[in-house]
Write a new protein. Structure first.
Length: 443
């Protein structure tokens, strides 16, 4: 009897050790993903801090021209999103992040070179450098969502995606104070150099410890052709998917809302409400931290709602309600006059909006099947088309109708985005998957 039991005990011990090792690798991968995403967003938003506190005043750059600098990154980032999705499916998210890290380590310090530019050329120099940064950063969120699909089972992907996207907001939230402190300490050009060094160190950690090895049996990260008739057929099938189209449009409204806050909230508090630089930094950080918490909690909540109500209703309920609540709270803040009331409403609005983030990424990857990288890239392309409008449209619209109306526009768009979830069905994933893999060659 003892002889028979011993092998069973050894097998159980081996299975336990394997499970423990898998859990450890998952946690390490998640931490690295969160760090990469956080630092990438820190590098993205740092230009707005430098713009608000130094560049606009030192070089006489107006609001609209500064918005062009911000949007140069977003425009190129958006144009390169779909090619980035192809490459994620072909080479895997590990290589995508490695390319992003190396490129950022070079281009972020180069932003400081604008200090040598003349007043007439500084905007062009900044647009070129930030545009190149947009090229290497394009695979960021699709690669993160695809990596989560490799390393986590469906029941935990909402929480994992929530932590990753929440880390992006943590990176943004600390940018205003940390990058501001660096600029106060060493000047704005050297602050960009310091950020580049930090990016290089994290990239080396990613190269050493991250990987594409999945732990989920139903996922196969095998290379997928990026061209030819099969690739075109997959792309066409995804574009014809109604749910992915509505999901993308809805995410565009979320991104418009987000990017309005990311690029213009510090300016709104500092200059429009005349609260000063110190309060502007603080009051911009608080709503952004709330959004980070909302993303993390919202991913966990979305998993719980999905478990309680399986199927379509469970998937759409959490994001649609969160977006609607966010729109109402933003409108309440816009209508208020006291800074405490405005900050409180904006904080709650950003927290609610963050709760809607994770379901977008989980749903987009599921809709894509084996083309999850491409479908996530389509989502993010649409999101950034909406987002990159905010830095330019907001000051132009506000110039005619006032800044309250400029913020109210974001609230109205968010209501439209919430309504679109009523036409989204995650079950269309099987249709897209079969179409992408079995569709006949295109002429």
């Amino acid at each position: 009897m003892t002889d028979l039991a011993a092998p069973s005990a050894e097998i159980d011990d081996e299975a336990t050790q394997t499970a423990t090792g898998d859990a450890r690798r998952r946690r390490r991968m998640l931490v690295l993903l969160m760090a990469m995403v956080a630092l990438c967003h820190f590098n993205r938003i740092s230009i707005s801090v430098a713009g608000a506190e130094h560049l606009m005043e030192e070089y006489g750059i107006g609001e609209a021209r500064m918005g062009m600098v911000y949007s140069s990154y977003l425009l190129v980032y958006t144009l390169c999103m779909l090619p980035g999705g192809w490459l994620i499916d072909r080479f895997g998210p590990w290589r995508a992040f490695l390319t992003l890290g190396v490129g950022s380590s070079i281009l972020v310090p180069m932003t400081g070179l604008a200090s040598f530019a003349t007043t007439s050329s500084v905007v062009l120099v900044l647009c070129l450098i930030r545009g190149l940064l947009g090229v290497v950063s394009a695979p960021l969120h699709p690669a993160a969502a695809r990596a989560v699909s490799f390393w986590y089972p469906p029941s935990a992907r909402g929480a994992a995606n929530g932590l990753v996207t929440g880390a992006a907001l943590l990176g943004i939230a600390v940018t205003y104070s940390v990058f501001g402190f660096l600029m106060d300490l060493v000047g704005w050009p050297s602050a960009f150099v310091a950020a580049g060094v930090a990016t290089l160190l994290l990239t080396l950690a990613w190269w050493a410890w991250a990987g594409d090895r999945p732990l989920i049996d139903d996922e196969e990260p095998t290379p997928i052709p990026v061209g030819g008739s099969e690739g075109r057929a997959a792309f066409v099938a995804l574009l014809r998917n109604r749910s992915l189209v509505f999901l993308t449009i809805s995410y565009a409204t979320v991104s418009y809302f987000q990017y309005l806050f990311f690029y213009w909230m510090q300016y709104y508090f500092d200059v429009i409400l005349k609260l000063g630089k110190a309060d502007g930094r603080l009051f911009t950080m608080i709503p952004t931290l709330a959004m980070a918490f909302g993303m993390m909690a919202g991913g966990w909540l979305a998993d719980r709602v999905q478990a309680r109500f399986p199927g379509r209703i469970g998937r759409i309920a959490a994001p649609a309600f969160a977006m609607l609540a966010s729109a109402v709270l933003l409108a309440m803040g816009v209508l208020g006059d006291r800074p405490v009331w405005v900050v409180a409403c904006f904080t709650l609005a950003m927290g609610a909006l963050g709760a809607s983030e994770s379901p977008f990424w989980v749903t987009s990857v599921e809709l894509g099947g084996r083309r999850g990288g491409l479908s996530a890239a389509i989502l993010n392309t649409g999101g950034n088309l909406g987002g990159m409008l905010a830095p330019v449209v907001t000051p132009l619209f506000s110039g005619y109708f006032g800044w309250k109306a400029g913020l109210g526009l974001a609230s109205a768009l968010c209501v439209v985005g919430a309504a679109l979830w009523l036409w989204i069905d995650p079950e269309e994933e099987t249709i897209v998957k079969s179409a992408a893999l079995a569709m006949p060659d295109l002429p």
